[in-house]
Design a protein around this ligand. Sequence first.
Ligand SMILES: O=C(O)[C@H](CS(=O)(=O)O)OP(=O)(O)O
Ligand SMILES: [Mg+2]
Length: 245
Amino acid sequence: MVNIETIDVFYSLHSFQEDELRDKTVVIIDVLRASSTIVTAFMNGAKAIIPVGDMGEASKIAQNVDSDNYLLCGEKDGEKIEGYDLGNSPLEYLKEIVEGKNLIFNTTNGTKAIKKSLGSSKTYIASFLNVSAIVDELKKQENEIVLVCAGWKGRLAFEDMLLAGNIIHLLCNGSLPNGSRDGAKVAFGLYDKFGDDISTVIHQSNHATRLKDIIGTSDIDYCCQVDITDMLPRLKEGMITLTDG
Ligand SMILES: O=C(O)[C@H](CS(=O)(=O)O)OP(=O)(O)O
Ligand SMILES: [Mg+2]
C-alpha cells in the first residue's frame, strides 16, 4: 500500500543529489523523449539498453562490444549524433532495426537522470505510453517513491511534471492528502488543471516549441499517447531491461 504523503517529485535531474534516491523506488520521467523512446525500443523487441552520461562514455562502450549486437543511439540538441545508428526519435526504433539488439543510449537529459539513480533500490522508466503499468507496479512497492523528472538542462519541463502529476493522480484516486510533499502537490495540481487534454498542452510546451523544427509534431503526437503498452523497463546494474516486477 503506497503512502502518498511520502512521495516526492524532483523537477529536474539537477534538483537532487544521488544519495536522496538511496533505498527508494525511483521512477524516471522524460516524456520528450528519452523515456518514450526507451519504452518503444522494448515494445519493438530491444534486448537491453545501456544509459550513458555522454558521448565519451558511449564510444568507450561501443569500442569494446560486438557491433553486430549493439546499436549506438542518442542525440545532441535533439538531432542524431554523427556516426550513431539512431537518434532519439521513438519513431526510428522499428522492430526490424532494434529487435534482439542492445542499445547504447546517450541523451541530453533522460539518460543522465537514469544514471543518477544507480544507487536506488529500484528504478523504472515511465512515459505516457506505459503509465498504468508503472502505477500498478508502484502500488506494490514498500519503499518510499521518488518521481524524477529529467527536465531540460536543469530546468523544469512541463511535460515531465504533467506525467508525474498523472502518476500521483492515479495512485491517490484523484484525492491528494493534505500532508503530501510540495513536489507532489505541484505535480498533482498541474495534472488536475491540464490533464484533460495532454496532447494540446504538451504541443505548447517549451520543449515542443524549441525543438519543433527538429523533432517534428509526429514525435510529440506519438509521445502523448496514453497506455499503448504495459512494458515495464527497469534499471538493474547499469542496464535497462524488461521486468515483470
Ligand atoms: O531529444 C530530446 O528530445 C531531448 C533533447 S534537448 O535536451 O531538448 O536538446 O533530450 P532528452 O534527454 O530526451 O530530454
Ligand atoms: Mg526531455
